[in-house]
Design a protein around this ligand. Structure first.
Ligand SMILES: [Zn+2]
Length: 306
């Protein structure tokens, strides 16, 4: 009983502190209402020729998860499902990376990880990481599971294991975009605006190939609508959202006062500063954006207004 009483006193003072804290971390960058990542699988050529030009024009950045063994490979994807879909070249991928698109890893051979041991999975993941660094010059620190298989041969989840291989995150849930789902996507985004979610959309083929759109225009209509929502929604590559989310979840703010200033000292638990490179958005009590800060960079001051 006494313990319970103490606990409720502690919780009440915590709530009071939370209500009165002069600053807090925004849920998403720049205090956007929600976050949205457009992701593309398999490195298919249409993603470069059709999706990328429209994204560039609208200032939308997304994530392209590619398969090393299919890059600069005229054979492309040859299975029945993939319907002989050609893939991108390293020059095209470099151009997209330079334009701010995330180019990252979908495994070197699009292998069925569910038939592999952890050692084999490690090799498959690390081979693609090395290849993408050498060929494209990107870190490839996010991962999309081929066939969305997230278990190994022994039936154990591999998410934690794969993420421990130098990843800031991996795609563990997604919303498919192809094949007439454009209107539904708009409704999902509207809903996310009210609950603060991070939505990860998944696209394969654009005009042809697996799960492609009936008309590529369906994707472009969604892109154009999305770009009109930029004030409310943070559209960003998967890695930027993953970094923001992990930094936010692991950072606490120590706030002290000094003549005329608040001194804010962020404390980050359990994250590798070399891997999680990014900034968090600081809000004041009223929810106004006051600053962007790197939580690993130590204390900083905010002048008091009164
Ligand atoms: Zn795939």
């Amino acid at each position: 009983m006494r313990k319970l009483l103490l606990m409720s006193v502690a919780m009440a003072s915590l709530a009071l502190w939370a209500a009165e804290a002069p600053f807090r971390i925004a849920k998403w960058q720049n205090n956007a209402k929600c976050a949205v990542s457009f992701t593309f699988d398999d490195g298919l050529l249409d993603q470069y020729t059709l999706a990328f030009p429209v994204m560039k024009e609208l200032g939308l950045r997304g994530t392209f998860w590619v398969v090393g063994s299919k890059i600069d490979n005229p054979a492309g994807f040859r299975s029945k499902v993939e319907r002989n879909t050609p893939t991108m070249t390293s020059e095209q991928l470099k151009e997209m990376a330079a334009a701010g698109q995330e180019i990252s890893s979908h495994g070197f051979g699009h292998a069925k990880l569910g038939k592999m041991t952890n050692d084999e999975i490690k090799e498959e993941v690390e081979k693609n990481k090395k290849f993408l660094m050498e060929k494209i010059g990107v870190k490839a620190d996010t991962f999309a599971y081929p066939y969305n298989t997230k278990k190994n041969k022994a039936g154990e989840s591999i998410v934690e294991f794969v993420e421990s291989l130098g990843m800031v995150g991996s795609r563990t849930s997604q919303i498919s975009l192809g094949n007439g789902r454009g209107e539904k996507a708009k409704a999902r985004i509207e809903k996310a605006k009210s609950n603060g979610d991070w939505l990860v959309f998944m696209t394969h083929g654009v005009a042809r190939g697996y799960d492609s759109f009936k008309e590529p225009e369906e994707l472009f209509v969604l892109f154009r609508w999305a770009s009109s929502q930029k004030d409310d929604i943070w559209f960003a590559p998967f890695r930027e959202c993953a970094i923001y989310e992990k930094l936010r979840e692991n950072t606490t703010l120590e706030i002290n006062e000094e003549q005329g200033f608040f001194v804010i000292t962020p404390h980050v638990a359990n994250l590798d500063a070399a891997l999680f490179v990014g900034e968090l958005t600081l809000l004041d009590k009223e929810g106004n954006v006051v600053a962007a800060f790197n939580p690993f960079a130590g204390s900083f001051k905010i002048p008091k207004n009164d």
